[in-house]
Write a new protein. Structure first.
Length: 269
């Protein structure tokens, strides 16, 4: 099994599309790497594989090694972050993945078994929204891998938390530990005055976490600086990990990541 040398497997889940799972995944990976850990990011969101774009490695090609696929190193991460995504297998960013359930399931299993991560402190898995075939396949595979747990991502609105509640129930049914809830897009940070406005309301994720007796990890506002940083990587001399040190969201995710690590350590103890 290619994941035998990975110390910690962390899932990023949501029952709702468009809540920002990929941006949460990337920032958790950056926070872990900035703390000195080696991090792999596995993107199995087959309908929207965004991780290559967010790490500025869209033009990279997957190479086949002696024992399987070799993950793509993320530039500017001091060798601490590498990733694998279906996006590397598409000819064009705009190509649609028109696959039926069995083929999706087979691809998820291949990503979990045929990627050679090597010695790795963390593997963060960005998953598709909902409770579809990919989730069931992932859950079945995870039974033997024993992940540390899942971070659930939602936005504050009631229409989002209604769907994310289903994800929490799904995790409990299939035996995946829930480490906590992140409320993403909780307010908008003005790039000029830094004032935070609750565009999509706020507090829905925290209320849901209390309802399910799950730890609330934190609220993350919309920060245009982070989006601009992702899109301008090719024009910057500094690597993404170094740039992230100046981002207003960095301390927010540092706190979220520290909580996740603390929960995992207490569960092991």
């Amino acid at each position: 099994m290619s994941l035998d040398s990975v110390k910690n497997i962390l899932l990023v889940l949501s029952g709702k599309g468009g809540v920002g799972k990929s941006s949460v995944t990337v920032q958790i990976a950056l926070s872990l790497a900035r703390s000195g850990a080696s991090v792999g990011v596995l993107d199995i969101d087959l309908t929207g594989p965004n991780i290559p774009r967010m790490f500025n490695v869209e033009d990279a090609k997957v190479t086949q090694g002696e024992h399987g696929w070799i993950p793509v190193p993320v530039p500017g991460s001091d060798g601490r972050i590498s990733c694998m995504s279906l996006g590397f297998l598409l000819r064009d960013r705009g190509d649609a993945v028109v696959w039926r359930g069995p083929k999706k399931t087979a691809m998820v299993r291949q990503f979990l078994t045929d990627v050679v991560w090597g010695e790795m402190d963390w593997l963060v898995i960005d998953t598709p929204p909902g409770t579809s075939d990919e989730h069931i396949s992932l859950a079945e595979q995870m039974r033997t891998l024993q992940p540390r747990g899942a971070v659930i991502v939602t936005t504050p609105q009631a229409v989002a938390t209604a769907d994310v509640r289903k994800e929490i129930n799904f995790c409990r049914k299939v035996g995946i530990k829930i480490l906590g809830v992140v409320e993403n897009m909780s307010g908008f940070v003005c790039p000029h005055c830094s004032e935070c406005t609750n565009v999509f309301s706020s507090g829905g994720g925290e209320t849901m976490a209390k309802e399910f007796d799950v730890q609330f990890l934190g609220a993350v506002p919309i920060d245009p600086q982070f989006g601009a940083m992702i899109e301008r990587q090719k024009d910057e001399k500094k690597g993404l990990m170094e740039q992230y040190g100046d981002c207003k969201l960095m301390p927010v995710f540092k706190g979220i990541t520290e909580q996740v690590v603390e929960i995992i350590e207490s569960n092991q103890g």
